[in-house]
Design a protein. Structure first.
Length: 732
């Protein structure tokens, strides 16, 4: 097999780690003290009993100084350290769960301490109590050779609570005339048909990949990298794979519905197939986990904790990378964004397409559209024409509107509800046994299949019901306001709509009253980054949106892409680090530009906004460079080619970023309505909104910036305490 002709220059930059960018680990910096760092993760969030440590040689000392004396909990670990670039680096193992004390003596300093807090590899560290019930799937997870991680016929060597399984290392190779990797039968000798590959570092090596699979944070993890077992030493931070290009790539899956109460039996993206083959050939370490696949686990905060642990393990296995990037499509796009924002330093850049800000934004936009669909179908079926319905919804047409409404299914725990074409409530993966599932009639204490209950440790739990608290709020929202102002609907239609629109109860049943979101759940959604803020790690790293949307029929609408840009811009006085291409996805072109940007730590000339259109000369798509803006009008070349439609709260007067979960209110003011609005209409409107209407010029209620590196327990640092969490009543 010949390597695709994509050559990237390897720029050696300061290591990211937890390494050296925003995620600096605990250190001491006084002139009379030694500089001690944890390289693989924060000193207060170590997992799995080991951590990579660096001790810098003081400037006044000779480069050939004697090694320091190092102990942990009174045990001498000095022999673990080796000299690397004027510092001694060592992988310290055997840490106990809880507090550990590392002491360093050398260069005139005696017993300088560093506190290290270690957590079990099964977690949790910061995501709060383990979700229960939880279905293990190691006996269905396929390894490269076709076997499974554990054998279903045998009693697994694990606790049923932590879903643990033994770590497994296998090798695969690319035949020179093949297109997919094959299991390597004998690690002592390479087959005659093995292909060679040239990495971004310029090394030509056999295309043989080491694949490590195990369990971590109750998920199943994998990492993969070029490594020749017949001649390369076993990977360690001191003997990294020779073909590794000193870069990490984190990958994430897609979806969200069915993403609850289970470990996951597949990865969201196969690290050994498709586009990942090119990245493996480049020399990247690729790492992922089943809990980074939203279809397995629709909880981006848990995915962040899992990524933190996965990157730590990769560093302790291979060494400190020059940088780490993340890529993802759809659910993988918002997972990349949310982790990058809430956990600064884990990623040095994100490359995304089919973009959403977060799963919550999809669900809440769907809830608004679902309320409209219910009004149109039940509350007043003859009130509006299809054209008026579209105008009120904000979407491009009825099909797009209905598809948006169907996305509220991820908030609906009641099985069998079929009130819109294509609506599927209570979506479950078959791996979750039916006796565990919630049903308001037959199993009222069962596990609930909603995006809220999947993140109950963050939203908090209603102690009366055991259900997760909900942030959805439509108090003061004037549905169809822009349609009223444009003349698309009459004042009477506007008033009737807002009088009858109603809301949802905790089971997503329609009720006459507007929904009141829980104030605490709303605040914690902002703090934890369950609703993307953009003011954390996304403030400075490259964010490259490579398109993919379907305004006419699917729920990958363009407005979601612009909502991400707006959120970054609002919290950082601009979004100069956000790049957008519209049109057909240009995966390899985008990858090349993106990696050049990350490696150089400055934006290259090729990293400009624009759109891609099919070429008329048969040479493929052509690029048109211009700033991408949100518009339904042909007011620019790209907007003419790719007009954007809106969404329900935008028509209600809300902002494009769609990040005000609960609006502050203001009195009804006649100046806000057209001249056709009479005094009687105003009085009726005040009756509909006795507390006032949304004031979209002010921040939302409890709207706050993300708390980076937050914790919901057990880690005490940056601890955010929700309402009392009670276990699901189906568990003992």
């Amino acid at each position: 097999m010949k390597r695709a002709a994509l050559a990237f220059s390897l720029a050696l930059i300061a290591p990211l780690v937890m390494s050296g960018s925003t995620i600096t680990a605990q250190r001491t910096s006084s002139a009379k003290k030694l500089d001690i760092q944890t390289l693989s993760t924060h000193a207060d969030r170590v997992t799995g009993g080991d951590v990579l440590i660096a001790i810098a040689i003081p400037a006044a000392a000779a480069a050939s100084s004697s090694p320091p004396e190092v102990s942990v909990n009174g045990r001498d670990v000095s022999s673990a350290f080796r000299l690397q670039n004027r510092r001694f680096v060592g992988l310290v193992t055997g840490l106990i769960d809880g507090r550990n004390e590392l002491k360093v003596s050398g260069w005139g300093v005696r017993d300088q301490p560093l506190a290290i807090t270690n957590y079990a590899i099964t977690g949790p560290v910061i995501s709060g109590p383990h979700q229960q019930p939880f279905v293990c799937q190691t006996d269905s997870f396929k390894l490269p050779d076709g076997s499974t991680l554990t054998d279903a016929r045998l009693k697994p060597s694990r606790s049923e609570d932590d879903c643990s399984a033994p770590t497994n290392v296998q090798y695969v190779y690319m035949p020179y005339d093949g297109k997919e990797l094959k299991p390597l039968a004998d690690t002592r000798e390479l087959p005659a048909d093995v292909a060679t590959i040239t990495t971004t570092a310029g090394r030509t090596v056999p295309f043989v990949v080491r694949v490590e699979t195990g369990t971590m944070n109750r998920g199943i993890y994998q990492n993969a990298v070029l490594h020749d077992p017949t001649r390369d030493p076993a990977p360690t931070p001191f003997t990294p794979p020779p073909a590794w290009n000193h870069r990490f790539l984190a990958i994430h899956g897609v979806g969200c519905p069915t993403g609850w109460w289970r470990q996951g039996g597949v990865m969201g993206v196969n690290p050994l197939a498709g586009p990942m083959l090119a990245r493996l050939g480049d020399g990247y370490v690729i790492f992922t986990n089943t809990l980074n696949h939203p279809t397995n686990s629709c909880n981006a905060f848990l995915a962040g904790e899992t990524t933190m642990m996965g990157k730590e393990h990769a560093i302790e296995t291979f060494g400190v990378p020059d940088f780490t990037v993340s890529i993802g499509t759809s659910g993988g796009a918002y997972t990349s964004l949310q982790i990058a924002d809430a956990f600064p330093g884990l990623f040095d850049g994100v490359l995304i397409n089919a973009t959403f800000p977060d799963a919550l934004s999809i669900a809440l936009a769907g809830a608004d559209a679902h309320l409209l669909a219910h009004y149109f179908a039940v509350a007043n079926p003859d009130a509006l024409t299809d054209a008026q319905k579209v105008a009120v919804s904000g979407y491009s047409g009825m099909k797009a509107f209905i598809d948006a409404a169907n996305q509220s299914q991820r908030t609906d725990p009641v099985p069998g509800r079929k009130d819109i074409d294509g609506y599927n409530s209570a979506m479950w993966n078959d791996a979750v046994p039916k006796p565990l599932r919630y049903d308001p009639s037959t199993n009222p204490h069962g596990a609930r299949p909603t995006v809220f209950d999947a993140a109950r440790n963050i939203y908090g739990v209603d102690p009366q019901t055991g259900f997760a608290l909900r942030p959805f709020d439509n108090v003061g929202v004037q549905y169809g306001l822009a349609a009223l102002k444009s003349g698309a609907i009459t004042p009477q239609q506007f008033l009737d709509l807002n009088e009858r629109i109603g809301g949802f109860d905790q089971d997503a049943n329609f009720v006459a009253a507007r929904s009141v979101g829980d104030a605490g759940a709303i605040k914690r959604a902002y703090q934890a980054g369950l609703t993307l803020g953009g003011g954390g790690g996304l403030a400075s790293i490259p964010v490259f949106d490579d398109g993919a949307y379907n305004d006419e029929g699917g729920y990958h609408y363009q407005w979601f892409h612009f909502a991400v840009r707006e959120r970054i811009a609002k919290q950082n006085a601009g979004a100069g680090n956000h790049l957008m291409w519209r049109g057909p996805v240009q995966a390899e072109k985008a990858w090349s530009v993106f990696i050049d940007w990350v490696a150089a730590k400055r934006r290259p000339p090729s990293a400009v906004d624009g759109c891609w259109l099919p070429g008329g000369d048969g040479k493929g798509p052509a690029f048109f460079a211009e700033r991408q803006t949100f518009s339904s009008q042909p007011d620019s070349f790209c907007n003419k080619a790719f007009p954007s439609s809106g969404f329900t709260r935008l028509v209600a007067g809300g902002p494009l970023d769609a990040n005000i979960l609960k609006c502050q209110l203001k009195p009804v003011d006649k100046k806000d309505y057209p001249a056709s609005f009479t005094a009687a209409d105003l009085q009726r409107l005040r009756t509909i909104f006795p507390g006032g209407v949304c004031n979209w010029t002010r921040p939302g209620v409890n709207q706050t910036r993300v708390v980076t590196w937050a914790s919901f327990g057990p880690a005490p640092e940056h601890l955010l305490i929700p309402a009392p969490v009670i276990l699901n009543r189906s568990q003992p």
